[in-house]
Design a protein around this ligand. Structure first.
Ligand code: NI
Length: 136
């Protein structure tokens, strides 16, 4: 029996969206307020979906405490109260957009869970804007 479990997470972080080789005008045009040179913060909300086969002996897909610990250690502790442009090596040379942060989080969790589970990550940058990886 295939089933999915969900676990939510949360962190606060700062970022600036810009392309260093572009002019100030072009960065402002493309990224708007997110190009503020002194950075700005978001309250990020996160939902991790883990799918797979239920273990017939335990009746469980995955130990939710284990999933909670992974999200805490691999995502929240790494990203919370950080500057995403400077503090996270994997994001340093790319734009810390919702899309790229979402993919980074997916990689962190997938690396830990391995092939046994399918993982999907949804990341809200604001209550109205979110990204999902992998996409349908
Ligand atoms: Ni922003």
């Amino acid at each position: 029996m295939r089933v999915a479990l969900y676990r939510r997470g949360h962190f606060n972080a700062a970022h600036r969206l810009y392309v260093p080789t572009w002019s100030d005008e072009k960065n402002q045009e493309i990224f708007g307020k997110c190009n503020n040179p002194n950075y700005h913060g978001h309250n990020y909300d996160l939902e991790v979906k883990v799918s797979g086969e239920v273990d017939p002996e335990t009746g469980m897909l995955i130990d939710l405490k284990y999933l909670r610990d992974i999200i805490e250690e691999k995502v929240e502790e790494k990203l919370d109260h950080k500057n995403l442009n400077t503090d996270i090596p994997e994001l340093r040379d790319i734009r810390p957009t919702t899309e790229n942060i979402c993919y980074f989080i997916y990689q962190q969790i997938k690396e830990e869970l391995g092939e046994k589970y399918d993982v999907k990550v949804r990341l809200w940058e604001t209550p109205r804007n979110s990204a999902e990886y992998p996409a349908d």
